[in-house]
Design a protein around this ligand. Structure first.
Ligand code: ATP
Ligand code: MG
Ligand code: MG
Length: 551
């Protein structure tokens, strides 16, 4: 029963509220495994779970699904807390850890054993896999399947006590080796792992599996709607079986389609490879689709949330165009960032008729359409920089920028005309000799003559030199996982994903705080990087101005 205007997950919540199924309660959770940094796919899940809780007067838990000590760490826990908070959501005291339930989970496992619904299997991992069968072939029962309750209990207790080596025994649910759903063919509930856990230390040497842990954690926390991605659809039967077998409170699992994005890999396993293989500078490299990477790149959390709202929630897998994400970023930055002048590829301009040593100050608004942004002072002098690309010696038709003999407007300042092109011995243009019209101060002339092109500029004597990092897609192809036989996804990396330039910026940017976002007029949106030091800012290009997204 779909509610018009609502996605299928929210429709479900509304329907359950109507029937009073959970006494009108709405309680979701976001359950990351702390085995990597969160990425934009997780953002979709965060917006869905926290969003639903906020919209329906409910609660959302932040739960760390930390049952695999080998891959998890405190660093990942901390990064996840930072990222969820940065996205604008709060969980107050509702921070939970599956590892806090280890004792309860263990007791539940014994309960299953005593009910004859779980047994200790002593086959090897390989043998268990071989016994499992396939989609078309039923599995075969383990020779250990009919151990007595007493023997199972004894072995399980000794597993806990540390008597056995890794891989020698597992605890399995006793369900149905012929089930058409492979997940139900006596799934493993516990395995032996003599490993140090970042929270429980060496207290345990057996660890519960995801399927066993997740449903019980949901149940213990009183979750109403347990929202997960589609690959867990077949696991729902086990989720339900486990809670029914234990006779405990039973939430509703709902599956939705995970986010896939063009030019992007969204799998922690692959993101770890990028970090560890040195293909990027770290988890927060601005080219990474991680939340920390996006933050460093200058993506505002509002844009990320808007993107998640626009893509919606569906029941079928699809791939979202990266352009939609950029559109959301631009829309937000356009409304919220001051406009300043930065020349990324500078060429010198000497204004021959402008007095040497003279400096004028122009009071320039930070935003042409919004006076509340205020203004700043920008100095003008005889030697300036403009963008190399704004000059053509041999201009094509309709080139309204600078060329020999052509006149352009310098933003908020004067009209200038190019008189001479100075080249070095190799024939490279090193300087443009120009003249200015003193009558055109402020950007228009008394005779009202038409000057089409307006260029950004920076006074050379006052310029702040800055490292600017220009990013392109990290992958050169829209589906990075599409690799020929024998290849790996990293073969698809874009060798030109980072270009570093020395830019000349207006002096107001000299002491900019890391994290500050600006628009360099005509060039794009940029964010000051944490590598900035006073007087030597470093900027990341968040996104260009050009919109390639077809609405
Ligand atoms: P990955 O596949 O990247 O390793 P995961 O699913 O193993 O991710 P978890 O830490 O288990 O990572 O994920 C926490 C939550 O985020 C889960 O509910 C999961 O379904 C959800 N999630 C993960 N990736 C995506 C995605 N691409 N789109 C939507 N939700 C996602
Ligand atoms: Mg996982
Ligand atoms: Mg996964």
């Amino acid at each position: 029963e779909a509610t018009p205007g609502l996605d299928f997950v929210r429709s479900r919540v509304v329907a359950d509220n109507r029937t009073g199924r959970f006494d009108g309660r709405v309680h979701t959770r976001f359950p990351p495994e702390p085995n990597g940094y969160l990425h934009i796919g997780h953002a979709k899940s965060i917006c869905l779970n926290f969003g639903i809780a906020n919209e329906y007067g409910g609660k959302c838990n932040l739960r760390f699904d930390d049952t695999n000590p080998v891959k998890e760490s405190r660093e990942y826990v901390d990064s996840i807390r930072t990222d969820v908070a940065w996205m604008g959501f709060s969980w107050d005291d509702r921070e939970f850890y599956a590892s806090n339930y280890f004792e309860q989970l263990y007791q539940f496992a014994e309960q299953l054993i005593m009910a004859g619904k779980a047994y200790v299997d002593s086959l090897s991992a390989e043998e268990i896999r071989a016994h499992r069968g396939t989609l078309t072939q039923p599995g075969t029962e383990s020779p250990y399947r009919n151990r007595s309750v007493e023997e199972n209990l004894d072995l399980f207790r000794r597993m806990r006590a540390g008597e056995f080596a890794d891989g020698t025994h597992v605890l399995r649910a006793k369900i149905d080796m012929a089930s058409p759903n492979v997940v139900m063919r006596d799934p493993t509930l516990y395995r032996i792992r003599h490993a140090h856990h970042h929270r429980t230390g060496d207290a345990w040497c057996i660890y519960p599996m995801y399927d066993f842990t997740h449903c019980i954690s949901d149940s213990l926390e009183g979750i109403t709607h347990s929202i997960c991605t589609l690959e867990f659809e077949n696991n729902r039967e086990l989720y339900d079986w486990t809670l029914d077998a234990l006779g405990v409170y039973h939430p509703q699992q709902i599956e939705f389609a995970r986010l896939n994005l063009t030019y992007t890999v969204l799998s922690k396993r692959k993101l770890i490879q990028l970090v560890e293989g040195g293909f990027v500078k770290g988890w927060d490299d601005p080219r990474m689709p991680t939340i920390s990477g996006l933050r460093r790149r200058g993506v505002p959390p509002e844009a990320l949330r808007e993107f998640c709202a626009r893509i919606g929630v569906a029941k079928a897998d699809s791939t979202v165009d990266y352009g939609l994400f950029e559109f959301c970023i631009r829309e937000r930055l356009n409304a919220t960032t001051p406009r300043v002048m930065g020349v990324l590829d500078p060429i010198r301009v000497v204004i021959e008729n402008y007095p040497e040593g003279q400096v004028e100050e122009f009071d320039m608004p930070y935003h042409p359409e919004d006076a509340s942004f205020g203004s700043r002072i920008v100095p003008f002098s005889r030697v300036l920089y403009i963008e190399r690309d704004d000059f053509r010696e041999d201009p094509p038709k309709k080139f309204f920028r600078l060329a020999p003999g052509a006149e352009v407007r310098l933003r908020y300042a004067y009209y200038i005309t190019c008189r001479e092109v100075v080249k070095d011995e190799a024939g490279n243009i090193v300087e443009l000799r120009c003249t200015y019209d003193p009558e055109s101060r402020g950007g228009s002339s008394p005779d009202g003559r038409k000057v089409k092109g307006t260029l950004h500029w920076v006074s050379a004597a006052h310029a702040v030199e800055s490292e600017v990092r220009l990013y392109e897609q990290l992958f050169a192809v829209s589906d990075p996982d599409d690799v020929p036989e024998g290849g790996v996804f990293t073969d698809n990396l874009n060798p030109d994903s980072l270009k570093v330039v020395r830019a000349m910026l207006e002096p107001s940017l000299g002491g900019i705080e890391p994290g500050t976002k600006v628009q360099f007029e005509r060039m794009g949106y940029f964010c000051a990087d944490p590598d900035s030091v006073p007087g030597a800012p470093v900027f990341n290009r968040t996104v260009t101005l050009k919109d390639t997204w077809a609405k």
